[in-house]
Design a protein around this ligand. Structure first.
Ligand SMILES: Nc1nc2c(c(=O)[nH]1)N[C@H]1C(S)=C(S)[C@@H](COP(=O)(O)O)O[C@H]1N2
Ligand SMILES: [Mo]
Length: 554
C-alpha cells in the first residue's frame, strides 16, 4: 500500500520523474508544421503587406436570424467543460506516465516509441517490467500525481469523461435547437481565406480590428472553435473508446479506424496537444481583446465593460483550482470512496454492455508481437521455486470452494481438458498492448468438470506470486466472464511452453478485460459466492491495494 503520509522522496523519487524526448523525424515534422505557417505569414507581410480585413461594421447581427449574446446554457456548459477538462487533462497525464511511451504500432516494441516521457532505454539483459518503466508526476500537474495508482487516475478520467460527454452533447444539441450553431459552423469556403488573413495579422504581431464577440466571431476564431468542438472533441472520444479491450477484441474494425490501438492512443494524446494549442491562444485573445467585456460575455451574458464578469470569472477559476486540491485530497485520503463511486456509476454500464460482448477477434501468426512487455513480480516462494526446478512435474492445480467436485490436476490432467489456441491482443491498464498466441484449455471446461454450486458468482485465481506491495497476488472473474469462449487457462505462449516471466506453469487469459485480471503463476482456482470474502474484498490484489476497478473492460 502506498504510504499515505505524503513523503516527497518516497512518492516522487527523482529517478522516476517525467522526461520528454521525441524521435528526431517527428520533432522535425511537428516543428515544420508549427513554423511553416508563421514563416509564410511573415513572407506575405514583407512582400505584399498585411492583407486587408473588412473592419467589423456592426455590432448588431447582420440579419434578423443571426444569433448574438451568450444564453445561460452556453455559459454553464462552457464552465462545466472547463472544469471537467482540467480533471481530464490532469488525470490523463497521470495515466500516460504509467506507460510513458507512445507508439504507432500495436506491439509496443521498445525502441519503436515516437515520443517518450522517460529517459530509460529498455534493458535487454534483464527483465524490465512495465511497472519498472512507469514514471511519476508532481501533483501540481497530474491527478493524483506522485506515486499513486493508475487506478485512481483512471477513476477520475472516466468519471469526468462521462460527464464531459454528457455536457458536450447537451451543448451541441442546444446549439442546433437554437440558432447559436451559426456562430460556429462555417457555411462558406471563403472563411478559410478570411481566417488566413487574420492569422497573418496575429503571426506578425498585428491586431486586426476585432468584431465584438458578443455578436460575431472573427473567422479564425470561428474556425478554431468549430475545430475544437466538432473535430478534436469527437476524436478524443472515439480514440478513447478504441483503447478498450472489450471493444477492440470484439470489433476488429474499430481500432483499425485509427490505425490500431496504439495509434488511437497516440492520437488521443495529440488531441490533448490540440486542446492545449487551442487553450493558450484562446486565453491570450480573451485577455488582450477586451478582458472585462469578454468576461462579461461568458459569465453574465451581457456586453457590459465593467469588471464584474472578470471578478466572478476569477472566482469560478478559483473554484476549479480548489477542486484540484479537493480531488488530490480525495485521491489520497478517500480512495475507496472514489473506487465505489466509479463502480456505482460506470459498473452497471460495463456489466450490461461491455461484459456481455463475447470477444472474438483473432490475429494471424504473422501479427504476433516480437516483444511482449512482462509485468508483475516473479514468485519467490519456496513451493514455486521447487516446482520450477523439476519442470513443474509435481505441479497440481487446486480447484476448490463452492463446487460439487473439487479437484487437484497435474499439467497432464489439464491437457486432457482440451486445447484451444488463440492469437489475441493483450491490453494492459498501463497503456501498452501486445499480440500473442495462447494455448490452453477453456475455463468453461474446468467449470463443467468441477460443477460450481448454484450460489457461485465469482471465480478467484490465486497466484504463487506476490503483489506489488506484498501478499498473495490474486484476482477474480464473474462466472459469466469465466465462461466466455476466449477465457483460457493457458500453458503455452507463442507455441512454446509458457515461460517463467509470462506465468509458468499456468496463467489466465480473459480477452475482454485488462491485463491485471489475467493472473500468472496460478496456484489454485476457487469458486465463491462473491469477491467480498476474498482478500480485502474488492475483487483482486490490484483492486484491494491500488483501487483498480473490479470490472476491467475500459
Ligand atoms: N501473479 C501475477 N499475475 C499478473 C500480474 C502480477 O503482478 N502478478 N500482473 C498482471 C498484469 S498488470 C499484466 S499486464 C499481465 C502481464 O502479463 P505478461 O507479463 O505475460 O505480459 O499479467 C497480469 N498477471
Ligand atoms: Mo497490466
Amino acid at each position: 500500500m502506498p504510504d499515505t503520509r505524503l513523503n516527497d522522496k518516497l512518492l516522487y523519487p527523482s529517478d522516476r520523474r517525467m522526461w520528454v524526448s521525441m524521435k528526431t523525424p517527428y520533432f522535425v515534422f511537428f516543428a515544420v508544421l508549427g513554423i511553416v505557417p508563421v514563416l509564410v505569414a511573415w513572407v506575405q507581410f514583407f512582400s505584399i503587406g498585411l492583407p486587408s480585413i473588412p473592419s467589423p461594421a456592426h455590432t448588431i447581427p447582420s440579419s434578423v436570424g443571426d444569433p448574438f449574446g451568450f444564453p445561460v446554457w452556453i455559459r454553464l456548459t462552457h464552465f462545466v467543460n472547463f472544469f471537467l477538462m482540467v480533471l481530464l487533462v490532469r488525470s490523463g497525464l497521470s495515466i500516460l506516465m504509467d506507460h510513458p511511451r507512445l507508439y504507432w504500432n500495436d506491439h509496443c516494441t521498445p525502441g519503436s516509441d515516437w515520443l517518450r516521457f522517460t529517459p530509460v532505454e529498455v534493458p535487454k539483459d534483464r527483465v524490465w517490467t512495465a511497472k519498472d518503466d512507469s514514471r511519476y508526476l508532481s501533483p501540481w500537474i497530474g491527478l493524483p500525481g506522485f506515486r499513486h495508482t493508475v487506478g485512481i487516475a483512471r477513476h477520475w478520467h472516466f468519471l469526468s469523461a462521462f460527464f464531459w460527454l454528457a455536457n458536450g452533447l447537451a451543448f451541441v444539441a442546444l446549439l442546433f435547437c437554437t440558432n447559436q450553431w451559426r456562430r460556429l459552423v462555417p457555411m462558406d469556403w471563403q472563411i478559410g481565406a478570411d481566417a488566413w488573413n487574420v492569422f497573418v495579422h496575429y503571426a506578425t504581431f498585428h491586431l486586426p480590428s476585432e468584431p465584438d464577440g458578443f455578436y460575431k466571431y472573427n473567422p479564425l476564431q470561428q474556425l478554431s472553435y468549430f475545430g475544437v468542438v466538432f473535430m478534436v472533441a469527437p476524436v478524443t472520444f472515439f480514440t478513447g473508446l478504441a483503447m478498450s479491450p472489450a471493444i477492440d477484441n470484439r470489433f476488429r474494425w474499430y481500432p483499425r479506424l485509427f490505425g490500431g490501438r496504439q495509434c488511437a492512443r497516440s492520437i488521443h494524446f495529440l488531441a490533448l496537444l490540440g486542446y492545449l494549442g487551442f487553450l493558450i491562444p484562446h486565453i491570450t485573445m480573451v485577455a488582450i481583446t477586451g478582458l472585462s467585456q469578454n468576461m462579461n460575455h461568458i459569465v453574465f451574458g451581457t456586453d457590459a465593460t465593467d469588471p464584474a464578469g472578470l471578478l466572478v470569472g476569477l472566482i469560478g477559476i478559483g473554484l476549479v483550482v480548489g477542486a484540484c486540491f479537493l480531488t488530490h485530497w480525495v485521491s489520497w485520503y478517500k480512495p475507496r470512496l472514489l473506487q465505489y463511486t466509479f463502480r456505482r456509476f460506470l459498473g452497471p454500464f460495463q456489466r450490461r454492455f461491455l461484459n456481455r460482448m463475447a470477444t472474438q477477434v483473432e490475429f494471424k501468426k504473422q501479427n504476433i508481437s516480437p516483444y511482449f512487455w512482462p509485468n508483475g513480480k516473479m514468485p519467490v516462494s519456496e513451493d514455486w521455486t521447487q516446482l520450477r526446478e523439476t519442470g513443474f512435474k509435481n505441479y497440481r492445480l487446486k480447484v476448490f470452494g463452492l463446487v460439487e467436485n473439487p479437484v487437484e490436476l497435474s499439467l497432464a490432467d489439464l491437457r486432457e481438458l482440451g486445447k484451444q489456441d488463440q492469437i489475441t491482443m493483450h491490453h494492459c491498464i498501463q497503456g501498452w498492448s501486445g499480440i500473442a498466441h495462447w494455448g490452453g484449455f477453456p475455463m468453461a471446461k474446468l467449470i463443467a468438470l468441477v460443477k460450481p454450486k448454484a450460489e457461485v458468482g465469482t471465480v478467484v485465481f490465486h497466484s504463487f506470486g506476490e503483489g506489488h506491495y506484498g501478499g498473495e497476488y490474486y484476482d477474480s472473474l464473474s462466472l459469466g466472464n469465466a465462461k466466455h469462449p476466449q477465457t483460457l487457462l493457458a500453458y503455452e505462449m507463442n507455441y512454446e511452453a509458457l515461460s517463467e516471466v509470462h506465468g509458468a506453469p499456468l496463467r489466465l487469459r480473459v480477452e475482454n478485460q485488462l491485463g491485471y485480471k489475467m493472473v500468472k503463476w496460478i496456484r489454485a482456482v476457487e469458486f465463491v459466492r462473491s469477491e467480498c470474502t476474498v482478500g480485502k474484498g474488492f475483487g483482486g490484489k490490484n483492486e484491494d491495494d491500488e483501487y483498480y476497478p473490479i470490472v476491467a473492460n475500459i
